[in-house]
Write a protein that binds this ligand. Structure first.
Ligand SMILES: Cc1cc2nc3c(=O)[nH]c(=O)nc-3n(C[C@H](O)[C@H](O)[C@H](O)COP(=O)(O)OP(=O)(O)OC[C@H]3O[C@@H](n4cnc5c(N)ncnc54)[C@H](O)[C@@H]3O)c2cc1C
Length: 348
């Protein structure tokens, strides 16, 4: 029998953050991940503490933000890779009214560090932005493909990863722990993203799928280095390629891309760029969203050794690092979980 402190199911940003947290305190763990691309792999990789539709801060941004910056900077150093690249977001203004709203917002305490008070004029002939841009500071791009593949390699090298689909029927629960096949552990932590919907121990009503799609375009005349946020994001990928999206579609857990999403993205894109482009790809992923837009941490009374780390919604990169510490303190130091994050709220 292999003995570990924890079994983690899932190696997206939730799983990676947890591995880092457990390693920091010398806890032993084994990750089981299917290798099927989840939300992290299909995301935009945008690290953004603001909500650019309404010019507000994201929930608890001032708490999550510094912790996450430290986390990604440290992880880049540990892996000796550039996985976190500071990149401003330019928010395209639609009108003078939006400029005014931005000015008001940028003066607020919680937003001062993120929304630059200065407006930028558009000098890019391929972008249609007559009212200019507001610049968001502190934002970054996370190279999710590199992060996921390198972290996977690291865990494989140290014998901390089983690349397989987790079989729920093989879980044996004991009073003081769990057994899964030939592995015994104190707890299993499920960090499965939206695939948690297939987990028989999970209360299905706690999650709502929110599918998002991007198209990948090649646009040699666009010359964008910043992230551009108009009706949708344009995210530079290098070599004249850009990710454009994403869409939001409720209650769709399917992995396939759709023509409807492509049409929606294209019609939005044409409202704010004016240059030739070619579509070279399309991706889809499912955000693990909750009704109240808050994370799902902890366990349910009937299965105390089966723990969930889910509900990262559309802000996974901002929240996952600190949430893994909160979950760790709950598991190891019996600190209570904030009620708004506790999965138990979903079954009351
Ligand atoms: C289109 C789109 C764009 C997004 N853009 C952004 C963005 O720009 N910024 C941002 O912060 N957030 C963004 N998000 C949200 C972000 O991607 C998620 O919040 C976050 O990635 C969720 O991470 P996770 O680790 O919980 O899940 P996932 O990344 O889905 O990871 C779960 C892992 O568990 C594995 N797994 C599941 N079940 C099993 C099983 N039974 N056995 C073995 N392995 C299993 C999966 O294969 C996967 O590897 C976006 C999401 C989408 C879909």
């Amino acid at each position: 029998m292999i003995e570990k402190d924890y079994i983690i199911v899932g190696l997206g940003i939730a799983g990676i953050s947890l591995c880092e947290q457990l390693s920091k305190y010398n806890k032993s763990f084994l990750v089981i991940d299917s290798g099927v691309q989840g939300s992290t792999a299909n995301s935009g990789g945008v690290f953004n503490p603001t909500v650019l539709k309404r010019f507000t801060a994201a929930w608890n941004a001032s708490v999550f933000f510094p912790f996450a910056v430290k986390f990604y900077t440290g992880l880049s150093e540990k892996l000796n890779l550039k996985i976190f690249t500071e990149t401003p977001i330019l928010r395209v203004f639609k009108s003078v009214e939006e400029q005014n709203n931005w000015s008001v917002a940028s003066d607020k305490n919680e937003l001062q560090q993120f929304l630059s008070a200065e407006f930028l004029k558009n000098t890019n002939p391929s972008v249609d932005a007559p009212f200019g841009f507001g610049k968001v500071l502190g934002t970054a791009q996370i190279q999710t493909d590199i992060l996921l593949s390198e972290y996977r390699n690291l865990l494989l090298k140290t014998n901390n990863l089983l690349a397989e689909v987790f079989q729920y029927k093989d879980v044996v629960q004991k009073d003081n722990g769990v057994i899964y096949k030939n592995i015994s552990a104190k707890k299993i932590i499920f960090a499965e993203g939206s695939k948690v919907i297939d987990n028989p121990f999970f209360p299905k009503q706690a999650i709502i799928a929110n599918k998002g799609e991007y198209i990948i375009i090649k646009a040699p005349d666009l010359h964008l280095e910043e992230l551009l946020k108009g009706p949708m994001y344009i995210i530079p990928m290098g070599n004249n390629k850009y990710k454009v999206g994403a869409t939001y579609s409720r209650d769709d857990y399917g992995p396939n891309t759709t023509e409807a999403a492509k049409g929606e993205i294209l019609s939005n894109l044409k409202t704010f760029i004016d240059c030739p482009f070619e579509i070279v790809g399309q991706t889809a992923g499912v955000r693990p969203t909750t009704k109240d837009h808050r994370p799902l941490l902890g366990s349910l009374a009937e299965n105390p050794n089966l723990v969930f780390f889910n509900g990262l919604g559309s802000r996974g990169f901002l929240m996952a690092p600190l949430l893994s510490e909160i979950l760790f303190n709950f598991l190891e130091d019996e600190e209570s979980l904030p009620q708004e994050m506790d999965i138990q709220r979903m079954v009351m």
